[in-house]
Ligand binder design. Structure first.
Ligand code: ZN
Length: 160
């Protein structure tokens, strides 16, 4: 199972839920039903012992706990937690992830970003699957490779 992070948008106070689910997207839909405020998935962590992970995260943010599994924290607060999970950590992919916003000094395209909540470099997070194992340049093939979704790309095919 996974431990998910779901953020309630447009609230005067930040409200973020840390819970467990087998199917995160079904859980998100169910939570959204009857909630007038838009909920957005921030990310999730796959864990062998999701019970223990959830418990430790609830403890970690205990002082910001408001009601049940809801905490007064924002996506940036869980960023380091998700990144630390490495290959088990995932961020919900930004729809505009591949929009080119510029080029660095080596003419490598810079994208809008995987995560709509903050900046994550390609080495930190795969823009295809959102996995926090990152996407790394493979010398042998001269392509970028993700250990999680196994994508191999030079990013040519995702330019638009
Ligand atoms: Zn990937």
């Amino acid at each position: 199972m996974s431990v998910y992070f779901i953020f309630e948008m447009g609230n005067a106070h930040n409200r973020l839920k840390i819970g467990r689910a087998r199917n995160i997207h079904t859980r998100l839909r169910n939570l959204q039903t009857g909630n007038p405020t838009e909920l957005l998935l921030v990310g999730w962590i796959e864990a062998a012992d999701d019970n223990e992970l959830e418990r430790s995260l609830h403890k970690h943010f205990a002082t910001q706990r408001r009601m049940g599994e809801w905490f007064e924290i924002e996506p940036a607060d869980v960023q380091s937690v998700i990144l630390r999970a490495g290959q088990q950590g995932f961020v919900a992919k930004n729809a505009d992830a591949f929009k080119i916003i510029g080029y660095d000094k080596d003419a490598v395209p810079e994208f809008a970003g995987v995560w709509e909540w903050g900046d994550l470099a390609l080495e930190e997070c795969c823009p295809f699957c959102g996995c926090c194992c990152g996407i790394h340049f493979q010398e042998a093939s001269s392509l970028y490779h993700c250990l999680n979704c196994d994508v191999l790309t030079d990013f040519e095919d995702v330019r638009f």
